[in-house]
Ligand binder design. Sequence first.
Ligand code: DLZ
Length: 204
Amino acid sequence: MSTIKGISQPAVQHDGSELRVAIIHARWNKTVIDALVAGAIVKLKERGVKENNIVVESVPGSFELPLACSKVIAGAHIQAHSNVNDLLGGLNFGGNSPRPASTPVPPAVVPMPNEPFDAVIAIGVLIKGATMHFEYICDSVSHALMKVQLDTGVPVIFGVLTALTDDQALERAGLGRGENKGHNHGEDWGLAAVEMGCHARRWS
Ligand code: DLZ
């Protein structure tokens, strides 16, 4: 059955070639996280964001995302990170675009230039369990991420899946177990980061 849901394309195609974008992801529910991060990177690159202007950092869980986003926007380094191509090679890519070629080189530590970020993508996968934990984390993380972008003026893309079941999460990363693989929302978040990064440059 068709649906009316979903985002429409902007009137102009935004050019990401001058942008710097950080992806901060949680490590809970790794299979889904990997696909979402890969989807975001593919779309950032498709819109022209240069590899060395994409910084990927991780934190333990979604609850840690707001503070990490805020610190990264302020110029902090979280940890040594990998070259984006090495990272894509190791990721389980569940996207709707073809899987990019991987580079058979061990991850290198790339010095992070201290240039400001034009946008940050916060990626987490929360899956409901037996307790109220899910509700508390979903609520606090979504409010806190909104606060980070309003306080800093740097767009924070809300890449947090709040799924009631494993299947809901898998389908939103293009990894559905049924006939319908779903759609990789990481791709939308990559595009949103470029669009909002371009807007933020004009607004500043
Ligand atoms: C503890 C926890 C639980 C139960 N579930 C998730 C989850 O589904 N997704 C996620 O990203 N993180 C989860 N966490 C970890 C919390 O986000 C956080 O890392 C810990 O409570 C430590 O602050």
